[in-house]
Design a protein around this ligand. Sequence first.
Ligand SMILES: C[S@@+](CC[C@H](N)C(=O)[O-])C[C@H]1O[C@@H](n2cnc3c(N)ncnc32)[C@H](O)[C@@H]1O
Length: 251
Amino acid sequence: MTRWNARAYDSSFGYVSPQGAPLVDLLDPQPGEHVLDLGCGTGVLTAEIAARGARVLGIDGSTAMIEKALAQYPGIDFIIGDGHDFSVVQAYDAVFSNAALHWMSRDPRTVIANVREALRPGGRFVAEMGGAGNCAELTAALSTAWREYGLREPELPWYFPTPAEHSRLLEEEGFVVRLLENFDRPTPLDECPGGAADWVRMYAGSLLEGLPADLADALLRRVNELAAPALRRETGWMADYVRLRFAAVRR
Ligand SMILES: C[S@@+](CC[C@H](N)C(=O)[O-])C[C@H]1O[C@@H](n2cnc3c(N)ncnc32)[C@H](O)[C@@H]1O
């Protein structure tokens, strides 16, 4: 699993949680409801859900993220857990997830089945994740740079499904899909003076593991050159995000 730097996540990549605020509106948590936030990170949106009166449990696979969440929101429950093999004792009214499901790429079907098991019948699953074509320019630049340096093309750690693929999985695992949106969200990388290279270090740092530092630097310089025509604007770098947002109900 990618090693997350919780401090850098909130300071440099703090756009992720604010962009999730409309998703909390879609969830529409009610006072007293039990909600689980899967892949909660540092807990910013978990706290937003709690502020609306719901009782929330945040689950995340990263110890650093959970430690930070516990430190900044001492009144909220957070536990370390993997989307592929978590289980909960009580039945939840809703499972929420922002910008996390595409990281649970080892076996998305199992993740969805675990979410179903965590919900009461009629409980809702409201989430946003990367969709097919997400970061296509960024990942094409990565693959080309790796190839040019004679390295095996990197295995990317994400699951970016098409709307059809993902609805089929949800339906096969016992959900009725009530809403599914697939849209482009060009995202300014305001905090990335180093451009695409900074993004790679944060989100795909595992691809650099084991490489000599000078080779990693050269690869990232090349990623920037290759990605710049599509992603660098006069005002700064822009990531080519594509999002899949859905609300489904457990049958
Ligand atoms: C981009 S962050 C999003 C965090 C938070 N939901 C937000 O909106 O700010 C993705 C999170 O997914 C978590 N994650 C990745 N793989 C996971 C897995 N298999 N199980 C649980 N959490 C996982 C990471 O640790 C990280 O905190």
